[in-house]
Design a protein around this ligand. Structure first.
Ligand code: FAD
Length: 177
């Protein structure tokens, strides 16, 4: 399976949780850090052992189709939605931002990296920001920085690299014919 901070953390966990289930800092399984498949497996196990409150057994077919739309997000649903928000913020960022807009964006990205609900993702993202300072001088600078940041996570998860020269088409203008 793909290497990830999530699976690294899972490797260091007590055996009672299935592989891929990431614990939160409170020592309980962290739903927004864990894929739905791994979460459903542990929920099934827990149900057999007389369930943790809030856990339900989930069928194999349901696992394959991902978390129901009205359930708390897993690491993938949360990630997909978050990248959509971040790239959309970049798409609407001015070409020539004012000093206030630059400092607002820097504050936003800094706070985002502290508040992101998947803590393993957040810590890795903070590490990336420490190595690669966010570029907020223009829409192009920020979108390219964000594209590289997203590619850094893609690499860690074994996903394909996105061609950042096509960022504008993917997130702002739509694909050229
Ligand atoms: P996503 O990676 O969610 O991408 C959504 C869409 O964005 C893609 O379909 C593609 O069209 C486009 N895209 C892809 N790459 C780029 C790019 N470089 N630039 C612009 N557009 C692009 N998951 C973990 O398991 N472990 C982690 O440590 C982890 N860290 C994360 C850190 C952050 C800050 C965020 C926001 C998410 C993180 N995730 C992590 C979630 C992970 O990145 C994915 O969102 C999730 O695995 C779902 O992937 P996906 O294949 O649906 O596409």
């Amino acid at each position: 399976s793909a290497p990830s901070a999530a699976s690294d953390a899972a490797d260091q966990q007590p055996k009672k949780f299935p592989k891929g289930v990431v614990l939160g800092k409170d020592g309980k399984p962290c739903r927004s850090c864990t894929s739905f498949a791994a979460w459903a497996t542990q929920a099934k196990d827990q149900t057999k052992k007389d369930a943790v409150p809030g856990s339900r057994a989930v069928s194999t077919a349901a696992v394959a189709s991902g978390p129901p739309a009205d359930c708390p997000p897993d690491v993938e649903t949360l990630g997909r939605s978050t990248w959509t928000l971040l790239h959309s913020i970049a798409a609407s960022y001015p070409e020539t931002p004012s000093q206030t807009q630059r400092s607002d964006l820097l504050s936003f990205v800094g706070l985002f990296s502290k508040l992101y609900p998947c803590w393993v993702c957040a810590e890795d993202f903070q590490g990336y920001m420490a190595r690669q300072k966010p570029q907020v001088n223009s829409r192009d600078d920020f979108s390219q920085w964000l594209c590289r940041a997203h590619n850094d996570v893609n690499k860690k998860l074994g996903k394909p690299q996105f061609d950042c020269s096509r960022w504008d088409e993917r997130w702002r203008t739509g694909w050229k014919d």
